[in-house]
Design a protein around this ligand. Structure first.
Ligand code: GLU
Length: 463
């Protein structure tokens, strides 16, 4: 049974970059009938941001990504939040075990000493790393540091060896531990494990069978495999996904990488467009479509994930958004309209007509207001040409008494017979007179929606 997890730290927001990791794990779980775990990794209390856990759960839910197990749904392997795991004493036990097996040691090196070490290494053209200088301190040396008032961190004795794994995306990955930056700190001076250790213990605790995460974690994985081996844990399968790039091929910039899902929601993007593009970028071949998350899951195949990085283009999400919106009935879009649909006392039936009339003309839900204004509040700035004014007067004379979905057709056929006008000459002055724009929603549904009173007033006003 596949067990995957998304393990955000509550330090910020859900953005395009981490949405993709969450999505891939979720789609894989759904496709394989597995379990999707949402774990909150909050061991770094200094970086935690108040309220961000609740926000990220809400944002994921909006995207359609909902946990099978986690802080909200609970589960057989609770707790699912680091701070609660700390309270169970599990980390402490594991740390004691590692110590007993002689995998950890106290390191008293200060930040200044580390900085100097790095500077010297860099000036010698070497990659900066911790030189393991406190690995074999005597009891007297330790006592002297403690007497100086230093508090130690615990470092993991990284064995000298090659670590390799068969990555489900990247194939065989090899790392020599001498390239991992020296013995890593695994426990802070306050006794709390750092990410690499807590995360490895968590995956064992939650019986995670497959870790899908970004390629930027490969060095962490090498380090964590050494820790798993020291603890005698089974190593989960690994899948490191290529990074998303900006449209110009550079690293997904601050602008896009940090593009908050909440901000996109506020601009009127639909989750189906965002997840649709992200899923397709991860599987290559198929053209992206905006689709419900279940549909994406049905098509998802981790084996199709390419090794090359993909370019993320927000304009493409926009296009998918516009295409998808057109396919939705009022009932389908209704749950997303909050905050976009202006206050109105119109009946549901009339709002549904409004939706049908304008849905082909909007890209983002935030465009809705302008369409609403166009229909009910104010005209655009386009004015009727002098030579068309007689024609508009004629239109007023033959304006049908009662309006329905056939009114536009009736009106234009009558005018076509009475005048020599046809095509654009016939339609455009009417469109401009009624809406104040040269482009816009189809006139048939629009006329029916506006009703006789508004249409008559606007025709008169245009004169
Ligand atoms: N808490 C880690 C992060 O936010 C999790 C990384 C992982 O997927 O293992 O980067």
């Amino acid at each position: 049974m596949t067990r995957v997890r998304f393990a955000p730290s509550p330090t910020g927001k859900i953005h395009i970059g981490n949405t993709r990791t969450a999505l891939l794990n979720y789609l894989h779980a759904k496709k394989t009938g597995g379990t999707f775990i949402l774990r909150i990794e909050d061991t770094d209390s200094q970086r935690n941001v108040e309220g961000s856990e609740a926000r990220l759960i809400e944002d994921l839910k909006w995207l359609g990504i909902v946990e099978d197990e986690g802080t909200v749904a609970g589960g057989d392997y609770a707790p699912y939040r680091d701070s609660e795991i700390i309270a169970t004493g599990i980390y402490e036990e594991v740390i004691a075990d590692l110590k007993a097996k002689d995998h950890l040691y106290e390191c008293f090196v200060s930040q200044e000493e580390l900085d100097i070490m790095r500077k010297i290494q860099t000036s010698q053209g070497k990659a900066p790393k911790y030189d393991n200088r406190h690995r074999n301190l005597s009891e007297e040396e330790k006592a002297a540091f403690i007497a100086e008032g230093r508090t130690p961190v615990l470092r993991f004795k990284m064995p000298e060896k090659e670590i390799s794994w068969n990555d489900l995306v990247r194939g065989e990955v090899k790392f020599h531990t001498s390239n991992l930056g020296g013995d890593p700190v695994v426990v802070r001076s306050n006794g709390i494990p750092v990410f690499a250790l807590a995360n490895a213990i968590n995956d064992e605790l939650h019986k995670v069978s497959l870790v899908i995460r970004g390629e930027d974690h490969t060095a962490n994985t090498a380090q964590q495999i050494a820790i798993y081996e020291a603890l005698g844990y089974d190593i989960p399968q690994m899948a490191h996904t290529p990074m998303l790039l900006d449209t110009d091929g550079s690293k997904l910039s601050k602008r896009l990488g940090s593009l908050g899902i909440r901000d996109l929601k506020a601009e009127g993007y639909l989750p189906q467009a965002i997840t649709g593009l992200l899923a397709s970028l991860s599987m290559g071949s198929e053209a992206p479509v905006a689709a419900e998350i279940e549909e994406l899951a049905a098509k998802f195949d981790l084996a199709k994930m390419g090794r090359n990085s993909a370019k993320f283009d927000i304009e493409q999400v926009k296009r998918l958004n516009a295409q998808f919106i057109q396919t939705l009935s009022y009932e389908q879009i209704k749950p997303y309209l909050d905050g976009f649909m202006p206050e109105t006392d119109m009946s549901e039936e009339k709002i549904a007509l409004f939706w049908e009339a304008i849905k082909k003309n909007i890209t983002l839900l935030s465009d809705l207001k302008a369409e609403f204004d166009l229909c009910f509040n104010k005209k655009g700035d386009e004015v009727v040409a002098e030579e068309d004014k007689e024609f508009i007067k004629q239109a007023l004379e033959v304006l049908p008494e009662s309006f329905d979905e056939t009114t536009w057709k009736t009106l234009t056929s009558t005018l076509k017979e009475q005048t020599d006008r046809k095509g654009k000459q016939l339609f455009m002055p009417l469109r401009v007179a009624i809406t104040g724009f040269a482009h816009g929603p189809e006139m048939g549904p629009l006329l029916n929606l506006m009703g006789r009173e508004i249409v008559k007033a606007r025709l008169e006003q245009s004169l």
